[in-house]
Design a protein around this ligand. Structure first.
Ligand code: HSE
Length: 437
């Protein structure tokens, strides 16, 4: 059988990794597939020419990506430019030209996936995106195929390697935030603009994609609440640890009676949970479903070769299904397109969670009682509490863990606590997920 011809848009970290995987594992991949995969064209910037030459000497190099997406020598376009500028036009034009597409671009899919998948269906081509979520972990395959027998109930995941790397180094070595971020950039984990990692956008794109696949809804990035790790104080990491918890940046989506929760924020997890022990650049996704129960998927969430592993697996899938009737392909959003339906999303004030609160207050009689009284008036029950004196002041830090409540009640309680004359600074609030089985 003739080789399948790949046009590579981008030969940076993941593009270079993809070329390397296809070169180094060519024999094993062809043994699985029964045909070869050949990179015939590469598009990049002039400074990438040498790298392309070295990794795929047989491929033609161009600085004009628009010629690649219409080239008769390309069957599958692999988009690794990232972003939603040129990448969006190139993907749409590749599809319009009848090319299958593999992309690692979570932002593009979370924000424009509905339009992209609709065009792909219309043109009878596949758009594969395993590498867009959790790097090398085959979570898209698990959600779309492995769990097809289930009603999925919730997903909770550590899905940004850079943030997890930063949180791990801060906790284990007491390193400063900025130093660890620089290290993550040097290691090729971070996005071109690292604020996407640390402010939660990258994780929000990924949980948006998983949520749609889990619940059969269109992609709805605007419904995702997001909060990153840049405002986390190392004191909270320490106090959480004293209480038996670790702080992780978690993407969460859950089906509830009120609708679908979709959110990304720093989260306390009991240290005994597997997710709490996922460290460094590793990612993990926990899926709860009605028939199978809980399943957990763990692996490297970033880096050249792990991400390329997912890209190449998508190319293999396309090769296997290229001649199949479109009816027999796995639907882009896991459910048949006519059955994908808009559903209600829950605003952050209506979500259910437990909470960590840190209150700085005057160290005097009655302060604790007044805070406890405010919580009681909102019907919020306290699970644990510690108090620390603040050195050389008459202030104390009161750290409270609550049992589950609805966010609007904790917000009302925080407002009342901050209005107390004995409370001098804003209350720190971090959500807590017990992740019961
Ligand atoms: N910047 C991302 C991360 C890379 O740190 O997880 C994979 O999307």
């Amino acid at each position: 059988m003739e080789a399948i011809r790949i046009g590579l848009l981008g030969i940076g970290t993941v593009g270079g990794g993809t070329a390397q995987v296809l070169r180094d594992n060519a024999q094993e991949i062809s043994r699985r597939l029964g045909r070869d995969i050949r990179i015939t064209e590469v598009a990049g910037r002039e400074r990438d020419r040498e790298k392309a030459q070295e990794l795929c000497p047989e491929a033609e190099f161009t600085t004009q990506p628009e010629t690649l997406v219409s080239s008769p020598n390309v069957d599958v376009v692999v988009e690794l430019f990232g972003g939603t500028g040129a990448a969006k036009d190139l993907v749409l034009s590749a599809i319009a030209n009848g090319k299958h597409v593999v992309t690692a671009n979570k932002k593009l899919l979370a924000e424009y996936g509905n339009e992209i998948f609709a065009l792909a269906e219309n043109k009878n081509v596949m758009v594969q995106f395993e590498a867009a979520v959790a790097g090398g972990i085959p979570i898209i395959k698990a959600l779309r195929e492995g769990l097809a027998a289930n009603n999925i109930q919730s997903i909770a995941g550590i899905i940004n390697g850079t943030s997890n790397f930063i949180l791990t180094e801060m906790r284990e070595k007491g390193s400063a935030f900025a130093d660890v971020l620089k290290q993550a950039q040097e290691l090729g984990y971070a996005e071109a603009d690292p604020t996407f990692d640390i402010e939660g956008h990258d994780a929000a794109h990924k949980i948006t994609i998983m949520s749609a696949l889990a619940f059969g809804t269109p992609l709805n990035f605007n419904a995702c609440y997001l909060e990153g790790i840049s405002r986390l104080d190392s004191r909270d990491i320490k106090y959480a640890e004293e209480l038996g918890y670790r702080i992780k940046l978690l993407g969460i989506t859950r089906k509830t009676d009120k609708g679908i929760e979709l959110r990304v924020h720093p989260t306390l997890l009991p240290e005994s949970r597997l997710l709490a022990n996922v460290n460094g650049v590793m990612n993990a996704v926990r899926v709860k479903a009605d028939m199978v129960g809980e399943t957990l998927y763990y692996g490297p969430g970033a880096g050249a070769l792990p991400t390329a592993s997912a890209v190449v697996a998508d190319i293999v899938d396309i090769c296997r299904l290229i001649s199949a009737d479109a009816e027999h392909r796995v639907p882009h959003l896991a459910f048949k397109s006519g059955k994908v339906s808009a559903q209600q999303f829950v605003g952050i004030e209506e979500i259910s969670s437990s909470y960590y609160l840190r209150v700085q207050a005057a160290d005097q009689a009655g302060v604790l009682a007044s805070i406890a009284d405010i919580l009681a008036r909102q019907n919020i029950s306290i699970e644990a509490l510690i108090q620390k004196g603040v050195l050389d002041t008459k202030q104390a830090e009161i750290v409270i863990l609550t049992h589950g409540t609805v966010e609007k009640y904790i917000q009302a309680a925080i407002e009342a606590i901050e209005a107390l004359p004995t409370v001098s600074s804003p209350v720190t609030m971090i959500r807590m997920e017990p992740l019961h089985g």
